[in-house]
Structures are given as C-alpha cells and as structure tokens.
Design a protein around this ligand. Structure first.
Ligand code: NAD
Ligand code: ZN
Length: 398
C-alpha cells in the first residue's frame, strides 16, 4: 500500500460497480468525497426506471446521528440542484427503528406530502436506515424508486447492495421484508471518518468474510493492508469497499432471490454468529460483526474437523481478525443454548444443521455433513474459557 495522506489524485476516485440484474440492473458508485457528482448520479439512476424518470421529489430518510454530523445537508442541496426536491424525515438511531412503528412514521410522511409512484426514497445512513427506508420503498404505492446512500462500513459493503429490505418483528429479526433493488447505490468512503471504531470493526468482519468465501487474493490484501485500513487510509478504504461490493454484486447477480443456493455462501460465519447474538442477547456483548467474526473461526474449526481445511488457514484467519480487533471466540456462553439456537436456523434440512464451510481461504461449500458430535466439539472450543481471546486487546489499533 503506497503511503497516502490525501486523495488528491483522481484515478481511483470513481469506481463504478455494475449489479447485473437485467431490467433491475444498477450501478454502485464508490468514491471519496465527490459529492459534487451526487445530484447527476441520482438523476441518471432514476432516469433508468419508468417511475424514476419523472421523479421531482424525494423523501430523504436519515437519523439524528447523521444530522448532528451535518451529513444530510450537502446531500439535500445536491438533490435540489439536480431538480429533485428533498423532504427529510428523521428516525431515531438504532435497531428499534426497524419496526412497524418506524415504517408507519415514514408512510405518514409520504401521505402528508402527497407522494406518488414517482417519489424517490433516499436512504442516508447505516443498515437500519437502508433496511427500513428500503422496506417502505418496496411497499408504498407498490414500489418507489430507491437510492441507497450507505454511511457505515457494514452498509457500504453488505446491506446496501442486493435488494434485501425489511423490518423486525418483536419475536424475529428481519422477518417482515421484501426484495426491492435500488436504482442506484452511492458510496462515499469519506463518511466513514466519523464512524465509531467498533462499527468499523463490525464492517470489517463482513469484508474478511468475502475474502474467505470467494477471493483469496483479496484476503491477502487485507493481511497486507490491515494497518492502513484501521487508520482509515482513503485508498485502503476505497479498495476494500469497492472489492466487497464487486464480490457481493457477483453473488447477487447469479442468485438474486436466494433460490439457487449460491447466495447462501454469504452466510459463512452466520450460523454460529446468529446463535452467539441470540444467546448473548442482541443488546449485549456481541454486535453482529463481532458474533460473525467468532462464528467464522468456529465454523472454520468445524471444517478442519471434517478434514476440509488446514490449521494454517485457520491461523491466518484468527490472526487477521485479531489485528482488526475482532473476537475469535465467545468464552463463557452456554453451549446448549447455542446448539438450540442453531437448530432453529432456517437453512436446516431434515433436522441437520447446515453450514457454509471453507475448503480453503477463498472457497466455501454448503454442507450438512457435520455430525452432532462434531458440532458439540466445535461449540466446546468456541466457549472454552481458556480459548485464546483477542491477544491484541480490543480497542487498540496496532
Ligand atoms: N439488507 C441486508 O442485506 C442486510 C445485510 C446485513 C445487515 N443488515 C442490517 O443492517 C443493520 C445494521 O446496520 P449497521 O451496522 O450499519 O448499523 P446502524 O444502521 O444501526 O448504524 C450504526 C450506528 O452508526 C451511526 N452512523 C451511521 N453512519 C455514521 C457515520 N458516517 N458516522 C457516524 N455514525 C454513523 C448510526 O446512527 C447508528 O447509531 C441490521 O439491522 C441488519 O439486520 C441488512
Ligand atoms: Zn452479516
């Protein structure tokens, strides 16, 4: 990674990642602080859809953390300049807004300003805003054009691309939802400068996941650039966000609605990860990305038990997650509760837990070949109090 202080040169500022979905195709534009181009990007993205072609208004959905940072006003000004009148609605930050009540508030706003099928929705924020605003866009007037402007690393590399939108039911996360592809995704990696470090780390867990499931050279880039990434070097961020979007776009293009099984590879680390989140409690010690990090290590160890992957590969994974300050185990959690939570996973068939497991760094396969004994042994290792926690203490940039 060549040293960079600023992003003065322009050769890498505007990566355009196409998501090829026939008539629902769109561009993910990845850049750094190029807000001057935002208005024309939105106009062009809208012009590609029937409803968007005559869009003159947009509901901008964001949260108070973003308005406190002043992030929204430049986007509003750019929309106005492009002939799209913005009306901004704030939702409270946090997962609680991904609810029927949160959606109702947005429907009320749309009704109040007499939105029609040509009103665009602009989701400016993290995954919560994208999922909620996207769900409202999918359902109001049977579908409004949606522009995603993700501002967390997780949203930039994962939730904004692919068309899954939804809200939570009090009894189950993401259970009320739809597939609704955006007309365009605008990513400014400069927005990540204000993101709390813990949120950056959580996004990095998904980035590491892409390397393990489908791109060994990218995994090696992450090993090489870990320090620059944590320091939020602009070039390093553009590289990881651009490549992650490209990889997700590739998967989504081949299996848009998670029907062929290919899209399921994105669940690597998530079978155990979701169980950790459930058992530790959603508001608890483990955020999603942290649970996925520990889940990826546990599932890799399961692959090792099946003779699929070498200990060296697992060592590389553990070392990289450590460097990113992510947990690689979940000491003290209850094994039986974890097993119970995994047994309820919707991927399971005929009572056997289905996993996505690595054959090597860069290649995974879905399997239900793991015996209950293997799974129990994996969990014992995951929760063992003597399991190496993160040797580089969390919270420290190495
Ligand atoms: N649709 C999908 O395919 C998909 C995939 C993965 C995750 N998700 C969903 O995404 C959600 C999690 O998203 P998230 O991790 O982005 O969390 P989030 O949306 O809650 O954002 C995290 C926090 O960061 C703040 N924030 C956002 N941008 C900021 C910035 N630039 N600077 C400072 N603070 C900022 C937010 O206000 C919030 O407090 C979950 O609900 C999850 O279910 C969806
Ligand atoms: Zn995830």
């Amino acid at each position: 990674m060549p040293p960079t202080g600023s992003v003065a040169d322009s050769e890498f500022l505007d990566e355009r990642v196409p998501v090829e979905l026939g008539p629902r195709s769109y561009i993910v534009r990845v850049g750094n602080r190029r807000l001057d181009a935002f208005g024309s990007f939105v106009r062009q993205a809208l012009d590609r859809s029937w409803a968007g072609r005559t869009s003159r208004t947009a509901l901008v959905v964001t949260d108070s953390n973003l308005t406190a940072l002043g992030l929204h006003s430049a986007y509003e000004a750019a929309l106005s300049a492009a002939g799209i009148e913005p009306v901004t609605v704030l939702v409270p930050p946090g997962e609680g807004s991904k609810s029927l009540a949160g959606a109702a508030k947005l429907y009320d706003a749309l009704v109040a300003f007499k939105a029609d099928r040509h009103t665009a929705i602009v989701a400016l924020g993290g995954g919560v805003i994208g999922d909620l605003a996207g769900f409202v866009a999918a359902t109001y007037a049977r579908g409004l054009p949606l522009v995603m402007v993700p501002t967390t690393l997780l949203a930039q590399v994962d939730s904004s691309v692919g068309g899954k939108v939804g809200i939570n039911h009090p009894a189950a996360k993401n259970i009320i939802g739809a597939f609704h592809q955006p007309v365009g995704v605008w990513i400014d990696t400069g927005a990540l400068d204000s993101l709390p470090l813990r949120e950056v780390r959580c996004g990095l867990a998904e980035v590491v996941k892409y390397g393990v499931i489908m791109d060994a050279p990218f995994f090696a880039d992450l090993e090489r650039d870990a320090r620059a990434i944590l320091a939020r070097d602009p070039r390093a961020l553009l590289h990881i966000v651009g490549r992650s979007c490209r990889l997700k776009a590739q998967v989504v293009a081949q299996d848009e609605r998670e029907e062929s099984g290919l899209r399921a590879i994105l669940n690597f680390g998530h079978t155990v990860g979701h169980a950790i989140e459930t058992v530790a409690g959603y508001a608890g010690e483990f955020q999603h990305g942290e649970a996925v990090a520990a889940g990826m290590v546990a599932e890799s160890r399961l692959a090792e038990r099946l003779g699929w992957i070498s200990p060296d590969a697992i060592e590389r994974l553990v070392r990289l997650l450590d460097r990113f300050g992510l947990p690689t185990s979940a000491p003290g959690l209850d094994r039986e509760h974890l097993l119970e939570a995994m047994s309820r996973d919707k991927k399971n068939r005929q009572g056997k837990i289905r996993f996505v497991l690595p054959r090597a760094i860069g290649r995974v396969e879905t399997t239900d070949a793991a015996s209950e004994e293997d799974v129990r042994a994996m969990l014992a290792e995951l929760v063992s109090l003597s399991a190496p926690e993160t040797p580089l203490s969390r919270g420290q940039i190495e």
